[in-house]
Ligand binder design. Structure first.
Ligand code: MN
Length: 372
């Protein structure tokens, strides 16, 4: 896979091509989007190489719709690609390419995976979209693509299921691709397991098509103990998704962030207490506040290691307003957050209402902003 990726990168950077085919996932750049895009682009490239195309020089690239500096935040994507030996330096991120310029210079075909409504930033790609593979419910309201656009939109658990189906449709050719690139079969299988939470009945996302693709891929990778293989994959991927040990405080602040006017509300998969113990954590919060023109930060933490725990800290560049907000949250009653003060060098609380996540904080913060 690295060979295909680096070769494509080389051709792109040396402008040695006439037609650009670009496979783009959605801007959450979650595992489904990243892998759908990478595998489908590899397949297109591989099948293009197999046929003789003398008059045309096409390249097939996968673009991850996230800035390179934020890639580390997608911990499960970074984990999966690292496990497969795919080098980050071979990937193409949205800030690596000037798409506006590329589409005006080259004949361009855009293939959308894992979404079918373009983000605002990429709306100029609309006339170039020529194929769509997506598993979200069909939204016709913003469908402005050209007539005859190819599309495969079916509501299933994972877009990787549909990518598998697309490749599987080629019969022996598809089988050969997966035999030559077992890593592609393996990562598609990873994503289907993660997205359906290993076909969990409670989560209820899996469809017969997801099962069909998973079984097909298991045959390709010759997975032996299927039940155990699926479960251990799920455990590893879930761990990777919440493993933030490699992130710096400033990356953690960006990982899962909401901003409400001038209130900065990041939520962490670790306790705030643990976050604040990282070197330079306070400095990172103040830096982030300045960068986003915010005055208040409400840090929300949770930890699942020994039963659920939650905590929260209010940090402000203006101590008076920070005190006011902390008091407001302590008195908030719908629902009561049950904040128990713990430290005096910042407004830090243990949160005893374990059911309250950021969703429950937002109305309180809204109310606070109205009353200010
Ligand atoms: Mn998806």
């Amino acid at each position: 896979m690295n060979e295909y990726l680096s070769e494509t990168l080389r051709k792109m950077n040396s402008h040695n091509f006439t037609t650009l085919n670009i496979v783009i996932g959605n801007e959450s750049c979650d595992l489904d989007s990243a892998i759908s895009s990478l595998v489908y682009a590899s397949f297109l490239d591989w099948s293009y190489d197999k046929s003789s195309n003398e008059n045309d020089n096409s390249i097939f690239i996968s673009m991850l719709d996230v800035d390179r500096c934020d890639f580390a935040l997608k911990t499960e994507v970074a984990f999966c690609l690292r496990e497969c030996g795919i080098l980050e330096s071979n990937l193409i991120f949205r800030d690596d390419v000037d798409l506006q310029e590329l589409v005006t210079t080259y004949q361009t075909n855009v293939i959308l995976v894992d979404h079918h409504v373009l983000s605002k930033r990429l709306q100029f790609l609309t006339p170039y979209v020529y194929d769509i593979i997506d598993h979200r419910p069909f939204d016709k309201t913003q469908w402005k693509y050209r007539d005859g656009v190819r599309s495969f939109i079916v509501t299933v658990g994972s877009c990787c299921t549909l990518v598998t189906q697309r490749i599987q449709e080629h019969g022996l050719v598809g089988d050969t691709f997966f035999k030559e690139y077992p890593v592609c079969a393996d990562i598609l299988h990873d994503v289907i397991i993660l997205d359906t939470v290993n076909f969990s009945k409670e989560v209820n996302k899996a469809t017969p098509l997801d099962e069909d693709s998973a079984v097909y891929l298991e045959r390709m990778i010759q997975l032996e103990d299927i039940q155990q293989g699926r479960q251990s994959k799920l455990d590893r991927l879930l761990r990777a998704r919440s493993d933030v040990t490699s992130l710096t405080p400033s990356q953690l602040l960006r990982k899962d962030l909401k901003i409400l006017e001038d209130i900065f509300v990041p939520s962490f998969p670790i306790l705030v207490k643990e976050f604040l113990q990282k070197p330079q954590a306070f400095e990172a919060v103040h830096e982030a506040l300045t960068l986003r023109s915010c005055n208040l930060a409400v840090l929300l933490g949770m930890d699942l290691n020994e039963g659920l725990k939650r905590d929260v800290a209010v940090i402000s560049s203006c101590p008076e307003r920070g005190d006011k907000l902390a008091k407001f949250l302590q008195e908030w009653s719908s629902p009561p957050l049950q904040l128990e003060p713990e430290s005096d060098h910042c407004l830090y609380f243990k949160q005893l209402n374990l059911a309250a996540s950021r969703k429950q904080y937002m109305p309180a913060l809204n109310e606070f902003l109205i009353k200010k």
